[in-house]
Design a protein around this ligand. Structure first.
Ligand code: GLC
Length: 753
């Protein structure tokens, strides 16, 4: 095996927007994307095209650098990169001279054949968060991970890799934070001092460049903002996708789907979405409908619509090999499938049997795929669930030599799912006119947030998975994925009624709230667990619908700043040691105001840690001082959820569907505090892209405890709010009460408490 270590600077020059430093064995290209984002690309193949699936920004043209005999220094207003010339080593500092992160002096960057690795110094108190959908602890120190999108059947709390790859992490130490994004789609490795005697961390990839973006903003929230500026932010999801979603593998006929939908309405359990898993298709052929059981899709969907339900249908990438099947014939004829090097189409087996796989890396294939959704959009489908796109084939092992265009499988496996989601999003967006499609994908890479929501694949019906699910959702949020869900109840196995009740109560506070189950499992709808449990599940769903004005405003914030909806406490309380403790690492903020403490179904009390500030229990208004641990009650009907003092939470009376107009009253809940707080309240029509043209309703709401006022600043935007009246609901004030309704207008409204 050949071994090369990055050696000394031989020459330096600027070429367009890159500073190029040559050594005997490689070239380091440095560019600046914004004051807080510096890219370092160390490559042995500078002749290769510089391309990225993730990054949507260009570097600036100015690279201010200075040179001495020992060093090259690049300074921005936010970050200083000092490059030691011999050997070439990279060190990042704050502008006031504090060391943030640097190469290990001895080992820096090196290659073993094509494998490239970066060895980085470790601080004694350093912690690591991120990498998206990774099992294990919130603090990744002491763990190692591989990025290699995998159909992770029966995964557990420590399984790695899972379905998605997000080679982006955040390091925190000595009151500092930084981000590191290795934009390399090959199989990649991250070892956070798991096997290094605490001497260093190391990360790298089987091939490709050591191509990383270093983020130097001072807080985790700002690093996420910069990372999502670089790789994109999600757009506003359709409002209906934030309602309750009912799925199963599979409801076997249109009639069965309709019966379940009808039952939600009969029992007055709010819900918005029904799903069709693979059995709606004819012989699992993508873009077909089963001729017997789903014979009249347009009529079926019209009936669902009449019940105020939307339909989401599954699509997998595998195209069944069958002459006469349109997608197969066209794909073969036009050469749209992945091939062996000799040009033969690659064949693998998935649900439909023997299949070929579209080459989503080609624009013409993506367009072809996107246009085929007409078979689904025409009868009225608005949500598209992309599954098995790791890509999964039975036994997992797609041969290395399989080609997607000019690239081999190992180079692009980690982005296959994202490119499928991209084709689905682009195609359905065109087909649906001005309506927002809802796309959900199982496999993903950095940047997927631009096209799709994700869920955490085939989890299991047990308490460990309930807790793991919370960590996965929170971790995905750090990497820009705000619209995330888990299979509520656990995909495999059968949950106990208690687990189902508990998991639903957590579902209320999960960005995507979907109940899903494996085939042949017991039925999972809310009414399957007896009347008392049904009432509890119903309460959780009703609470979700009450919170929708708050949740939608929080999604708006995500679309603007990349701040996720479910926020690990590490985002805001980064340097508080206790939040990383195993007992507390699952806790998260749901938006800015609510702290949620997941609890297993067999415990009716739990310990929680409330960080800095003052807190109220949501269900009782009991008050708690922050920076303390508490043992609190956690009965099945009352998941421990706390409100940060000073919070403003816009709510509404629940409706049966997001398509119901409701009673027109915006309930502004205020919890007393001692500092001025504010909230950006946001609304739009929930379905179209008109908000991009200014058709939204947005206003700042401020609570001032000193002057005892709540002020709604004049509303911006052309959209007329759905609400006609506003009611202030006060918590923790002397006169705790619900006050009279007043008219809700676009003008400034001041309310005296
Ligand atoms: C995969 C998916 C699961 C789906 C099943 C059948 O296992 O992860 O959600 O129900 O395939 O399509």
């Amino acid at each position: 095996m050949q071994f090369h270590s990055l050696s000394s600077l031989q020459s330096i020059h600027q070429q367009n927007n890159k500073l190029i430093i040559k050594t005997a064995e490689a070239e380091a290209q440095v560019s600046i994307y914004s004051p807080g984002i510096i890219r370092v690309n160390i490559t042995q193949h500078p002749e290769n095209k510089d391309e990225s699936f993730a990054v949507i920004r260009e570097p600036v043209t100015e690279i201010p650098y200075q040179e001495t005999e020992q060093e090259v220094t690049i300074s921005t207003t936010a970050l200083v990169l000092r490059i030691n010339k011999s050997p070439l080593r990279f060190s990042f500092y704050t502008t006031d001279g504090k060391l943030i992160s640097r190469d290990d002096e001895r080992f820096g960057t090196n290659w073993q054949n094509s494998r490239v690795t970066n060895y980085r110094e470790l601080r004694p108190d350093e912690k690591f968060i991120g990498l998206g959908e990774k099992a294990g602890n919130l603090n990744r120190r002491g763990s190692q991970y591989v990025n290699w999108n995998t159909d992770a059947v029966d995964y557990g709390p420590k399984t790695d890799p899972l379905y998605e790859s997000f080679p982006f992490f955040i390091g925190v130490h000595s009151q500092l934070a930084y981000g590191y994004f290795l934009d390399n789609t090959h199989k990649s490795y991250f070892d956070f001092a798991a096997s290094t005697d605490d001497q260093f961390i190391w990360l790298g990839a089987d091939d490709g460049d050591l191509n990383y973006y270093f983020f130097g903003a001072p807080t985790v929230a700002e690093i996420i903002k910069d990372y999502t500026w670089l790789t994109g932010r999600m757009e506003m999801p359709p409002l209906w996708s934030l309602g309750y979603q009912q799925c199963r593998w599979s409801y076997m006929s249109a009639q069965e789907v309709l019966d379940v939908a009808q039952k939600f309405r009969d029992l007055n359990i709010p819900a918005d979405v029904m799903y069709c898993d693979i059995d709606y298709m004819q012989d699992f052929k993508i873009f077909t409908w089963n001729q017997e059981t789903f014979a009249q899709p347009a009529e079926f969907i019209a009936k669902l619509k009449a019940l105020n339900f939307k339909l989401v249908t599954i699509v997998d990438p595998g195209i069944k090999i069958e002459k006469g099947y349109q997608q197969y014939d066209e794909g073969v004829e036009r050469g749209y499938f992945a091939t062996y090097p000799n040009g033969e189409n690659y064949t693998g087996e998935v649900w439909p049997g023997r299949c070929h796989f579209p080459d989503f890396f080609r624009e013409d294939v993506r367009e072809w795929w996107g246009a085929a959704f007409q078979a689904l959009t025409e009868p009225g489908v608005e949500g598209f669930w992309n599954d098995m796109n790791e890509p999964a084939v039975w036994n997992q092992n797609i041969p290395w030599m399989v080609k997607f265009g000019d690239k081999f499988m190992p180079e692009v496996r980690n982005v296959y799912g994202m490119e499928m989601a991209r084709a689905t999003y682009d195609g359905t967006r065109k087909l649906l006119g001005n309506k927002r499609p809802f796309v959900l994908t199982r496999a993903a890479y950095c940047g997927t947030q631009r096209y799709s929501a994700v869920w955490t694949g085939d989890n299991t019906a047990n308490d460990d998975h309930l807790l793991l699910g919370a960590r996965l959702v929170n971790s995905l949020g750090i990497t820009g994925m705000a619209m995330v869900g888990v299979d509520i109840g656990g995909f495999s196995g059968n949950p106990t009624p208690e687990l189902m009740v508990r998991w639903n109560s957590l579902g209320t506070y999960t960005p995507m709230y979907r109940n899903h189950a494996i085939r042949f499992s017991e039925y999972r709808e809310p009414w399957q667990y007896g009347t008392d449990n049904m009432e509890l599940i119903k309460k959780s769903i009703e609470q979700r619908y009450r919170l929708l004005p708050y949740l939608y405003s929080t999604f708006h914030e995500s679309s603007q700043s990349g701040m996720p909806v479910c926020r690990t406490l590490a985002i805001t309380y980064t340097h508080d040691e206790l939040i990383y403790h195993e007992d507390y690492q699952n806790q998260f903020m749901f938006g800015d105001a609510l702290l949620v403490a997941p609890v297993i179904s067999t415990s009716l009390t739990t310990t929680v840690y409330l960080p800095q500030g003052n807190w109220y229990r949501l269900s009782s208004n009991e008050t708690f001082e922050g920076q303390k641990e508490y043992t609190v009650s956690a009965p099945l009907h009352d998941l421990p959820v706390f409100v940060k003092a000073g919070s403003i939470i816009p709510m509404q009376n629940f409706t049966q569907s997001t398509q119901d107009n409701g009673d027109g009253v915006l309930q502004l809940n205020i919890w007393n505090g001692d500092a001025i707080t504010s909230l950006a309240y946001y609304e739009d029509d929930g379905v179209s892209y008109d908000y991009e043209q200014g058709n939204y309703h947005k206003r700042t709401i401020t609570f001032n405890p000193l002057s005892k006022t709540v002020k709604l600043l004049k509303a911006e935007g052309d959209y007329n709010s759905r609400f006609r009246q506003v009611q202030f609901i006060l918590h923790g004030f002397e006169n705790q009460s619900e006050l009279d309704l007043i008219n809700y207008t676009n003008e400034e409204i001041t309310f005296q408490i």
